[in-house]
Design a protein around this ligand. Sequence first.
Ligand code: B12
Length: 213
Amino acid sequence: MAEMEKLREMIINGNGKGIADHVVKLVDRGQTPGSILNDALIPAMDIVGDLYQKGEYFLPELLISARAMQRALDVIKPKLAEQGVKNVGKVVIGTVQGDLHDLGKNLVNMTLEGAGFEVIDLGVDVPPDKFVAAIKEHDPMVVGMSALITTTMPAMKETIEAITSAGLRSKVKIMVGGAPITSEYAVEIGADYYGPDSTDGKNYARDVATGKV
Ligand code: B12
């Protein structure tokens, strides 16, 4: 569909102006939030990542594409939430210390909220003690952590260690995600689950909430 192709191009070219209206138009024409995400926004961001890796894009281009993507996400967020049933359970989530990437985490949040979870979003560059304090304050069933850079992956391990030292490890299930993370790494650092994408994260949280895991 040409209109979906246009959305992909808007992300790749960092054309944030008019992107919200374009997404609204696509929704009005019957595109589901899921297909807008999976067929346009995510593949477009992958292309942006490839261009950066090849040295054809630099940081400013990355940033304006990311801003355009966030604007598009803001439009579909309420649509995803509309599908949900409220109060399935609580999830505390954040991007670990040193890491500022949050598009993936925001997507996980939206998917969880769409499935009826209450999400406490700690934001980006979250130090271990902030995760610990949030667990004490909110008593979530699941804690989610995101990391996008190989050098910030160890912060996940440090956060899990802090949660364990605070005596809270058995109270929560911990899921981790982000492009460089693997299930092997999740096992190595003592997380309960690695979610390759936001739907997996939501499914895992649902399994925890329904007592399946
Ligand atoms: C956009 C982007 C940025 C933006 C971030 C904007 C923002 N608000 O997030 C900006 C421009 C700020 C940025 C900065 C930097 N970036 Co950058 N960035 C990217 C890029 C192109 C896309 C990431 C993205 O948003 N993808 C789209 C989302 C939807 O995908 P995702 O995050 O993977 O999330 C999905 C899954 O992983 C999963 N998921 C994610 N988190 C979680 C958590 C849980 C619990 C679960 C279950 C699932 C889950 O679900 C999501 C959806 O399905 C990637 C390249 C790439 N292809 O990944 C580089 C990339 C991650 N960046 C990179 C680098 C190097 C940097 C900088 C260091 C650059 C610099 N020289 O300053 C800085 C670091 C700043 C910092 N301290 O964090 C490298 C990392 C390399 C490495 N060694 O690991 C990458 C891989 C680019 C590259 N190929 O070199 N970046």
